[in-house]
Ligand binder design. Structure first.
Ligand SMILES: O=C(O)c1cccc(C(=O)CC[C@H]2O[C@@H](n3cnc4c(=O)[nH]cnc43)[C@H](O)[C@@H]2O)c1
Length: 233
């Protein structure tokens, strides 16, 4: 079974990579590991939608994958999700692609530059019909709604606006690109994120990246182990 693992940065999946014996921290890199019957291609794209889209597109030209897994950290709008909690992001929208007018922000759908029901969009959203076996992974919160952004929200005015517009649970800087590429190519996928921070007035002192990375990598290992025991998935 051929699996693509995608992360924005080396440090987010460092514990996982160390467990496979990889010690170099190269970005824009692809390394292959064998785990039982799984062939795992690990792609470090760099931060952001553009890098993720480019390197995933490039990876899909050469190889047909049975599954793609996106592992990363994220900021949460939803205070019912704890810092460090690991979630399965099943819905994505790009929240800052559009235009401003004097009242505020219009996204590409409101501008009629994107047909909200043109594949792979569904009512303007990218939706992952996540595989059933994901429910068997312990401590993984199901069906969380994400937005993807180029600029991380960090002031209460823009935070209130974005919550009103999209009602997101979390935001990342890559999720929509990952899901778009997988949906277009009909590759089953999971976007797994651990919460490193709440989205609030920017204060990096309240972030807990080490906890998020620890929990993310524990879950990543459980998922890989789960798949390796069920290669027919
Ligand atoms: O220093 C900063 O302000 C800062 C802002 C966003 C992310 C970082 C990182 O170092 C993490 C890179 C990675 O993490 C995801 N991430 C984590 N928290 C958030 C967030 O609140 N909003 C959006 N993305 C977030 C993101 O996908 C990056 O790839 C530092």
């Amino acid at each position: 079974m051929k699996v693509l693992i995608v992360a924005a940065t080396y440090f987010e999946i460092k514990p996982l990579l160390l467990s496979f014996g990889q010690t170099d921290d190269e970005e824009f890199s692809m390394k292959t590991f064998q785990y039982h019957q799984l062939s795992l291609d690990v792609l470090i794209t760099g931060v952001g939608l553009m890098q993720t889209a480019y390197f995933m597109g490039k990876a899909f030209v050469n190889t047909t994958y049975d599954l793609a897994l996106n592992f990363g950290i994220a900021g949460s709008f939803n205070k019912n999700i704890s810092i460090g909690e690991v979630v399965n992001v099943t819905e994505e929208q790009i929240a800052d692609l559009g235009a401003e007018d004097k009242e505020g922000f219009l996204d590409v759908i409101e501008l009629k530059l994107l047909n909200p029901n043109r594949f792979p969009y569904n009512s303007g959203k990218l939706i992952n019909k996540t595989p059933d076996w994901a429910q068997e992974i312990p401590n993984l919160r199901a069906t969380v709604k994400g937005i993807s952004v180029n600029t991380v929200h960090g002031n209460q005015y823009s935070i209130d606006k974005i919550i009103q517009k999209y009602q997101p649970d979390l935001e990342s800087m890559e999720g929509a690109a990952f899901l778009y590429a997988c949906l277009i190519e009909h590759i089953p996928c999971l976007q797994i994120r651990a919460i490193s921070n709440y989205i609030e007035n920017r204060n990096k002192g309240t972030w807990n990246i080490p906890l998020a990375i620890e929990n993310l990598n524990e879950t990543a290992m459980k998922i890989i182990h789960h798949i390796s025991g069920n290669v027919h998935l």
